[in-house]
Design a protein. Structure first.
Length: 138
């Protein structure tokens, strides 16, 4: 049986198949619980990886990813694992930057639509559809 570190490296290398990646992370967490007196030594990192995988799935997975990051940060603090805390903080920061960038793009798209409201060409219709989709997923 692979160690949890080997499993987490395997998960990180996966390009597609996010469902398989989630299964691999869950398996690694089960193995991590079995070792080290059931304390889950690398569990904060595995939760961080799970959050990253969830972010790659869909916009609806953002709350789940944020929850993984919060649990991971709490566990890392309890363990005094500064390295895990740093990696988790970087994941949270990247998520926040992505959210700001999405908000800015949405604002810019909305502003362009207001300026060119009188035009009903294919680009404007596509922009309107995209903006409505962004609003629904937020």
């Amino acid at each position: 049986m692979r160690s949890s570190r080997a499993r987490s490296r395997c998960v990180c290398r996966r390009q597609g198949g996010s469902n398989e990646a989630l299964v691999a992370v869950d398996d690694a967490m089960a193995v991590d619980r079995e070792g080290a007196d059931g304390h889950g030594v690398v569990r904060p990192e595995l939760l961080r990886i799970k959050g990253e995988v969830l972010l790659r799935q869909a916009t609806e997975s953002v709350p789940g990813a944020e929850d993984c990051f919060a649990k991971a940060a709490q566990m890392a603090r309890e363990q005094g694992a500064l390295f895990w805390e740093l990696r988790i903080a970087l994941s949270v920061a990247r998520l926040r930057v992505a959210k700001v960038a999405t908000t800015r793009r949405e604002h810019r798209l909305h502003r362009c639509m207001m300026l060119h409201r009188r035009f009903a060409n294919a680009d404007m219709l596509a922009a309107r559809t995209l903006l409505e989709g962004l609003r629904r997923s937020a």
